[in-house]
Design a protein around this ligand. Sequence first.
Ligand code: GDP
Ligand code: MG
Length: 387
Amino acid sequence: MEPRATKRKAEALDVAPTLPTEPALYSGPFPFYRRPSQLGCFSLDAQRRYHGDARALRYYSPPPINGPGPDFDLRDGYPERYLRRDEEVREGLDHLLRWLLEHRGQLEGGPGWLAGATVTWRGHLTKLLTTPYERQEGWQLAASRFQGTLYLSEVETPTARAQRLARPPLLQELMYMGYKFEQYMCADKPGGFPDPSGEVNTNVAFCSVLRSRLGRHPLLFSGEVDCTDPQAASTQPPTCYVELKTSKEMRSPGQWRTFYRHKLLKWWAQSFLPGVPNVVAGFRNPEGFVCSLKTFPTMKMFEHVRNDPDGWNPSVCMNFCAAFLNFAQSTVVEDDPRLVHLFSWEPGGPVTVSVHRDAPYAFLPTWYVEAMTQDLPSLPRTPSPKD
Ligand code: GDP
Ligand code: MG
């Protein structure tokens, strides 16, 4: 069931439509979601420079099963071996757009596939999936239509910006600890071993570019992937990918319940979208050491809340996302890369829309718009017998 966007007042007044977010409105059957396939990938290096290859991909290398088990000091190297990405740099969709520009001539799906698609980051879709259950953080998504394609790019809300600038030191350290865990669990080469002596540099990223479809909405999105498992049953991406997470050690059934209700929802949404089959969690003790690991298969996460009246439901998440895509596709009618429809949401309310032109909301860069407006660079011609 997909409730149509509701008009706030009488139809005749022609007020802007809004989209409700209450879970009860989206509890129909699970919608169609195409098995995500990887179209390509790219890497960002230590200086955040783009490379159209998998050089930043790391290899899953957990501690040996027969050994003593993990004892990872997640605070080691903090802050002296921590190189943080500059969060003031607003990258928008730029890296994904560069990939798309360089591969637009080789996209599968037939002519016109891209024109009917929605292009965005996986992380933006994750926020849409969890919206019906989110009680803390709102979001803003800027949308532009260009050559048919709908582009969605997140805008940092004033609240999120204020929170980021006032981030407590303890939270800063917790963020470092998440990256440090990846370093303890990943090698640079298949069959290699982790080297936790180096620096943690959050500029480095490996991103998978995926194709899927939700209901009638073709999707092209990219997401950062932590590592690939060289031992995985299938070496085919995205099924060989592993997502790494840290969480506080749990000491009571009540703590597990809270974990299943809140954290597992976010983990599920993030990994289900790109088809990443497993999330490996490291549980840290109060001293910041990971002494236990647990693998959560993405497709089994819902089992932990299936019988919980205060749990989450994957159908609600996906139906809401489909309803948002319907809403956005029917709201953003005009094809103009300088025109932005800003979708805004705060917990407890509906999704609202405002319209803007150019700075500061327009996000499709001139280099992208101009290059896409040129004809496709022609491939070297295959000589024909007549030549
Ligand atoms: P996630 O699912 O939220 O981790 O985000 P994605 O995997 O969709 O990543 C999209 C892009 O945003 C990639 O280039 C990431 O390196 C980058 N990115 C990931 N997390 C953050 C973040 O917290 N802040 C900013 N500014 N960029 C991020
Ligand atoms: Mg991770």
